[in-house]
Design a binder for this molecule. Structure first.
Ligand code: GLU
Length: 479
């Protein structure tokens, strides 16, 4: 069956990773079945609307490689794809319910409704608006909310993730379908749109499960075939017992992107958050996800968010791209992440740096802190040397001598490459009688003043003879 799915975000600004996962599964199903993926912008809640949020959504989907077949930018036969531009469609559908006696105008003021709710709270009975339905509702006209007239009864339905479900009459109420401002509610608009757009699979967060009986009543009132329901489990915070929130340190997708998470890793991570194919496999390309995805392996219970895993996966992806596609491909993805000093360097040199450091990167933004010394001389900091755990036992004379011998050997080295540098190091160990940790820590610090560098011979090979010698000399002078 060719699935028609949709991602229907509300443009409220911040793109939570849970929102994005609700785009990934519909995308995978649509692509797997060679169906269609629709992007629909649910912007009828004007109070929560944020300018620019739609661009952010589109941009994020493109970054992740999730293209759509109908929706903003590209259009399609069932447009418009912004709910705010579909008002007439909703009103026409709403009128059908008014005409069949299944909807009524409700001018009851908010204070009165609150009083009904309070009355029920006092009596400790569930608040159901249908028990307070106005007896003689006026004719419906703009400015008056329109409510669906519920018929309390039992509903049974199947959810592809949650299984067979049942709800009793208490789940049904007179929900508002058109608000005072003339815009439809989510509860109503999505049913109209999914039907007009031919959506076969409604995939959304599990939080909509409790309202589903009301949706079933609407499908029935319009004599519509029910779609397949696919309720996606919550993403839980690291403790595993409540919904992931900002306080858990979870960043927005934009922040992860700016921090140097690769889109491949983000897609891989989120797709596997609450779904697996039953194997031990952890690294999935988009093509593999499309091939292996299945609704029946989406887990029912919440999935625990684990940022360490995301970072691990990102490192794996950095290495995978380097090994399988080469340094040029990885380099293309690093443009925004180099330290400022790299701007003056040429691409060939940057690629050389990248190829010796890539296997240490967790995120691309590590490039900023890890590679600065490849592009400008670090500030000489004698304290760092004399307090280093391997060097603090040595005297100044020792350090000076080690540097002197190193400079002497390196200045006469003719083939400046990693192998011959390694030979020089071996000779230096013999000549100075020092331990590898002592000699190498000194050279490493003197050329980089960084806590970490790739293998020393590769680091010096990349820096080049002239830079290496001038940095060693600068330190020798300062000690
Ligand atoms: N606009 C809703 C939201 O952002 C979408 C729910 C759905 O996919 O139907 O939560």
């Amino acid at each position: 069956m060719k699935a028609v799915t949709r991602f229907a975000p509300s443009p409220t600004g911040y793109i939570h990773i849970g929102n994005v996962r609700s785009a990934i599964y519909p995308y995978l199903l649509a692509r797997q079945t060679e169906g269609k993926m629709i992007l629909r912008i649910e912007d009828t809640d004007r109070e929560r609307f944020v300018e620019g949020a739609t661009d952010l959504i589109e941009d994020t989907l493109k970054w992740l490689g999730l293209d759509w077949d109908e929706g903003p930018i590209i259009g399609g036969p069932n447009g418009p794809y912004f709910q705010s531009e579909r008002k007439d469609i909703y009103l026409a559908w709403a009128k059908k319910l008014v005409n069949s006696g299944r909807a009524y105008a409700d001018p009851t003021p908010k204070e009165q409704i609150d009083a009904y709710r309070e009355e029920c709270n006092q009596k400790k009975i569930p608040f159901l608006y249908r028990n307070f339905r106005p007896e003689n509702p006026p004719e419906w006209k703009p400015g008056i909310p329109l409510r669906f007239k519920a018929e309390p009864k039992d509903y049974d339905w199947h959810d592809e993730v949650m299984g067979d479900l049942h709800a009793g009459p208490e789940a049904l109420d007179d929900i508002i379908i058109i608000k005072k401002d003339g815009f439809p509610t989510y509860n109503f608009a999505h049913i109209v749109d999914d039907s007009e757009m031919g959506v076969t699979h409604v995939m959304r967060g599990v939080e909509y499960l409790s309202s589903t009986p009301n949706y079933l009543a609407l499908y029935e009132a319009f004599n519509l075939k029910r779609p397949y329901f696919v309720s996606l489990p919550h993403i839980l915070g690291p403790s595993g017992n409540k919904k992931l929130g900002k306080r858990d340190g979870a960043k927005s997708v934009t922040e992860y992107r700016e921090d140097g998470i690769l889109p491949e890793a983000m897609l891989n991570y989120l797709a596997c958050l609450g779904w697996n194919d039953g194997s031990e496999k952890e690294i999935y390309t988009k093509a593999e996800l499309i091939k292996n995805f299945s609704l029946d392996r989406i887990q029912k219970s919440g999935a625990r968010y684990d940022e360490t895993k995301l970072l691990w996966l990102n490192g794996e992806w950095i290495r995978k791209i380097f090994v399988e596609e080469g340094v040029d491909e990885l380099f293309k993805k690093t443009t925004d992440f180099w330290p400022a000093a790299a701007k003056t360097a040429n691409e060939k040199y940057q690629k050389k740096v990248l190829s010796i450091i890539y296997d240490r990167l967790k995120t691309l933004s590590d490039l900023k802190t890890m590679t600065d010394y490849f592009f400008r001389d670090p500030e000489v900091n004698v304290d760092l040397i004399v307090n280093n755990k391997f060097l603090k036992k040595l005297s100044e004379a020792d350090l000076e001598n080690m540097l002197k011998v190193t400079v002497k050997e390196l200045s006469v080295l003719e083939n400046w490459n990693a192998d011959s540098l390694q030979e020089v190091f071996n000779r230096l160990l013999e000549e100075t009688g020092k331990k590898p940790a002592e000699l190498f820590s000194l050279i490493r610090l003197a050329v980089s003043f960084a806590p970490f560098s790739p293998a020393l011979n590769l680091t010096l090979e990349t820096l080049g003879q002239k830079t290496t010698l001038s940095r060693l000399n600068a330190v020798a002078r300062a000690i």
